[in-house]
Every structure is written in structure tokens, then in C-alpha cells.
Design a protein around this ligand. Structure first.
Ligand code: PHE
Length: 519
């Protein structure tokens, strides 16, 4: 009889316990103990000496590329259309303007200390590249509370439209599913799959996993743990905790609600999530500080074309047309902007860009008394509604302050009825949804700001939805097109994350450095 890896691990587990099995698995390469980490670009110091590079766009991709190039001695310049770095890594504070392409302008008037990350809002612990830069630049990070059992789920079509805590939906669903599965096990439905021993172990597991009673029934929690919440919370004296009545299984079978609950199961949304103290724009500003005059602000690119030696880029600065020549050009612009710039990308590249489709996520943010903390015991996290603007994203920063900025509505709006509403109607819809979760609190929500990324000047997209030509198109733009190299989260498999931008930028610097070295 063959001796399988599984047999081996079971043996090790039996003899040495869990710890031994765990380290044996690491030795076998089944589980890596260390997390993946930032890797240095493999290039000799000074490899970029006497090589001129122009970077189009001072968002995360452009900034990381320029920073790494500067370290390698390249003569690098970043052309940025705005007067600030960061692109979508943008934090809105008092006095900041939200400018749409149609000229609509909103000015933020929240109190000092209140802010909203309009774009990049959270950093996963698995995004080691961006975290490495935060560490190097000594950017203080804090926890971004991505989920809390105290936050709410609401669906007009369930529970009479009344919101339910996530703890209740989570606890009750788990209880019901465990009870059902236990019934199957006891009833013999799984006899083909399980030995008697497996069945017994499964029942023990389900009993604990679902918090079932001795008869393997779900009665709203049998251990007094309050996993699904209490009707009467445990207190002093004679006040013992009384379980909340379980919701019925039928009500809990709502896919929309579960989308909200399951999103933090994703690799990139799992705890621990982080954010920069005071706003995530600390990251682009730290890069900008390192780069100094390398970044030219208020310098939108209008055209670029090939030359005998590389590229020639035209941009404007204070109304005047300017020109910049370089050997290499890193294109780190949003595709919606690139579509409008006069360029001589090869037909294959052009068709990927012109055929790409943009996503248009928006955020609506309000300033209010922290009613979610003071009245609902919700500290950070997100509540989800099945209809209309959702989720509500509560601030993780400055807990216990009197007021805070809260998002009600962060989703794709293109092609939805929401897109066609007027600004006032959008605010009304956002407020009405908050009112469903937190009745009576709607009037406390003030000074709304609507950031519609599809309409934001110099972006016109929240992130990419699809590349022209799909995956084949993506493969094209990850290669060089003569002197042109694309960077940005769009040119990575980590779309809509700073990490994707940083990874793609590092990759491009590596590719160019390999080329420079061999030239
Ligand atoms: N990174 C963005 C966010 O966390 C957008 C995104 C959402 C990307 C969900 C992937 C998955 O909100």
C-alpha cells in the first residue's frame, strides 16, 4: 500500500500534535510560513545613469515608477495634470473641490479633522508592496475596520424592511445550516460519504459550529454566548442574557445580504485592513516628497509621439505648450484620459485602450453626529442595503469624536437608474437609505459630497471594467510598445488597488532596466 502525503501528515499530527504537523507541512512546501514580501528590482546601482524617462501621470503607478527609477539613477520626470499627486488616492477635506468634466463643482465644508478617502480607502495586510513603502516612509497606519457584527443588513423584501445586525444574520444562518446538516447526518443521508466515526465527529463539530442544543437543534444559541445577539443582554444582579429569537431560515436566504456579509472573506478584504492616519493621500504625498521637482504639477499631457531616440511629449503648463524628449515613456494614465490624447501607440495597443470599458463607482459622503457609535454601538465597518445606495461605510478614524464623515452609497452607478438622477435626488436617495438603517438620523446628515469617478476630471473612471480584446488585450499592453511602457493598476491583475499600481510600476522599471543594461 502506498504511503501518501496525507498519511504522513496524519501520522505526524498524531505523534507530534498540531505544531509538528504544521511545521512538517511547511517543510513539504504545502504551506508557506512567511508571507510574500516586496522584492528589490534586480538592477545594478546607477543603471539608469544618462537615460531619460518621462512618466505620464502622477497617480500611484507613475509615482512608484518614478521613485524606483530615481533610486536607480534615471533622469526621470513625471507629468501630472493636477496640482496634487495621487490620482484616485485622494482624501477630501475642508476647502477641497470636487470637479466634474461638465463643470459641476462641489466644495467640501466639513469641520477640520473630518475627511473622506474619496478613492483608495483600505490597505489589506496582504498588499506587501504598498505596505513596504508605508514602512520605509514611516507613514502611520491604523486599523480600517472592514467589518463588524454590530453593523446592519437591510432588505425591503425581508423582515418587513427592518434592518438586522450582521451578528444575527451570521449567527442564525450558521445555526440553521448546522441544524439541517446535523439532521442529514443523523438521518443517514450522508452515509455513503461518511464512516460512523466521521459522522460522530461531524455532529460534534456542527453542534459547536452552529451553537446547537443537545438535540442538535438551533434555538438561538445554547451556550449563552450571544453569537446572534441577546434580547436581554447579560447585566448585573439577576439580569442574565436572554437569546434573541432566531429568524427563520427563509428570511435569511437573501443573496444580496450575503454578498455584503461575504465580501470580507475575499483575500484582499480580510482583517487586518489598514488605512493611513489622517487620510490615505499620505502615501502619494510621501512619494511626492521623495521626488521633489521630478513631478511637474498642473501639466496635463496633450500629445506624445515617437522620435529617432525615443519619445516627444507635449503638455501644457499655465496655458503654455511645452515639450519634453526622453528615451522611454511610462504611460500611467487612466485609459479614459489616454483615449483623448493624440498619440502614436501601435494599432494593437490603441485598440486595447479604445476598446476598454471603464467602471464608474461613486461615493456619497456626509458629515454627521456619530449616531452610529452613540446610538447603535457601531464602530467602523459597513452596513449593507439590498436596494438603492449602499453600503454605509462608517469611519474607522477618530472613534468617539463628536462628528464624523460617513459614506452612504459606494457602488457602480453606470447603467443603473441612479445614474440618471439629479444631484439632489442622489443625495435624497442616499439620505433615505441611511434613514432605513438609522431611523430619525437622516436629518442629522449634513454637507453631502458626491464623488462620481466616471465624471471626475482627469480620471473619468473609478477603475477598469474590461480591457479591449479582453485577456488577450491585457497581454498586449503588459509588453513594451517601442519606447512606451504601460503602468498602473489597470495593467495588473490587482485592479482597483494601490498594490496593483505599485506592482505594475516596479515591473516596468525592471523591464526597462533589463533593456538599458543590455543596450
Ligand atoms: N479596492 C477597492 C475597495 O476595496 C475596490 C475594490 C472593491 C476592488 C472590491 C476589489 C474588490 O473598495
Amino acid at each position: 500500500m502506498g504511503y501518501t502525503r496525507r498519511d504522513f501528515l496524519t501520522r505526524v499530527g498524531q505523534i507530534g500534535g498540531y505544531g509538528a504537523a504544521f511545521s512538517a507541512m511547511q517543510t513539504l512546501g504545502l504551506m508557506s510560513a512567511k508571507g510574500e514580501q516586496w522584492k528589490a528590482i534586480a538592477a545594478a546601482p546607477g543603471v539608469g545613469k544618462d537615460t531619460k524617462v518621462v512618466v505620464l501621470g502622477g497617480g500611484m503607478g507613475g509615482l512608484v515608477a518614478a521613485y524606483e527609477m530615481k533610486l536607480l539613477g534615471y533622469d526621470v520626470t513625471v507629468l501630472e495634470a493636477r496640482e496634487r499627486p495621487g490620482g484616485r488616492v485622494w482624501t477630501g477635506r475642508k476647502g477641497d473641490k470636487v470637479e466634474f468634466v461638465d463643470g459641476t463643482t462641489q466644495t467640501i465644508d466639513w469641520s477640520d479633522g473630518n475627511y473622506q478617502n474619496m478613492g483608495a480607502g483600505r490597505i489589506p495586510s496582504t498588499h506587501w508592496t504598498i505596505l513596504k513603502y508605508c514602512r520605509d516612509f514611516k507613514i502611520p497606519l491604523e486599523i480600517e475596520v472592514n467589518t463588524t457584527r454590530s453593523s446592519l443588513l437591510q432588505n425591503d423584501a425581508a423582515n418587513g424592511g427592518k434592518p438586522v445586525t450582521q451578528r444575527k444574520v451570521e449567527g442564525d444562518t450558521r445555526g440553521h445550516v448546522s441544524e439541517l446538516l446535523a439532521k442529514c447526518v443523523v438521518g443517514g443521508a450522508l452515509d455513503q460519504d461518511f464512516s460512523a466515526e466521521d459522522k460522530a465527529r461531524m455532529l460534534t463539530f456542527l453542534n459547536s459550529y452552529g451553537d446547537l442544543d443537545k438535540a442538535n437543534k438551533y434555538v438561538g444559541g445554547s451556550r449563552g454566548l450571544g453569537r446572534a445577539g441577546f434580547k436581554v443582554p447579560p447585566g448585573a444582579g439577576k439580569q442574565v442574557g436572554v437569546n434573541d429569537d432566531p429568524m427563520d431560515m427563509k428570511t435569511l436566504l437573501d443573496e444580496n445580504a450575503w454578498n455584503g456579509l461575504l465580501f470580507t472573506e475575499e483575500w484582499a478584504q480580510q482583517a487586518t485592513m489598514m488605512q493611513c492616519v489622517g487620510g490615505n493621500d499620505a502615501i502619494p504625498y510621501a512619494f511626492a516628497k521623495q521626488l521633489g521637482p521630478i513631478v511637474k504639477y498642473s501639466s496635463p499631457v496633450t500629445a506624445f509621439k515617437r522620435t529617432a531616440k525615443g519619445v516627444s511629449v507635449t503638455y501644457t503648463q499655465g496655458g503654455a505648450e511645452k515639450n519634453l524628449e526622453a528615451q522611454y515613456c511610462i504611460v500611467a494614465l487612466p485609459f479614459e484620459i489616454l483615449k483623448k490624447i493624440d498619440n502614436d501607440l501601435s494599432p494593437a495597443f490603441k485598440s486595447v485602450v479604445t476598446g476598454s470599458v471603464a467602471s464608474g463607482s461613486y461615493k456619497i459622503a456626509w458629515e454627521a453626529r456619530r449616531f452610529w457609535e452613540q446610538d447603535y454601538n457601531i464602530y467602523g465597518g459597513l452596513s449593507f442595503l439590498s436596494q438603492g445606495p449602499s453600503p454605509v461605510w462608517y469611519p474607522s478614524a477618530n472613534l468617539m469624536a463628536d462628528t464624523g464623515v460617513v459614506v452612504c452609497g459606494y457602488m457602480e452607478e453606470q447603467g443603473t437608474p441612479f445614474w440618471d438622477l439629479t444631484l439632489d435626488q442622489k443625495f435624497a436617495a442616499s439620505k433615505a437609505n441611511m434613514e432605513k438603517l438609522h431611523p430619525g438620523c437622516g436629518p442629522e446628515m449634513k454637507k453631502p459630497i458626491y464623488v462620481s469617478w466616471r465624471q471626475i476630471k482627469y480620471n473619468e473612471a473609478s477603475w477598469i471594467r474590461s480591457w479591449g480584446g479582453g485577456r488577450a488585450g491585457y497581454n498586449i499592453i503588459t509588453e513594451a510598445d517601442g519606447p512606451y511602457y504601460f503602468a498602473g493598476d489597470t495593467v495588473s491583475n490587482v485592479n482597483a488597488w494601490m498594490e496593483g499600481a505599485a506592482l505594475s510600476a516596479k515591473r516596468v522599471v525592471q523591464t526597462i532596466s533589463d533593456k538599458v543594461k543590455s543596450a
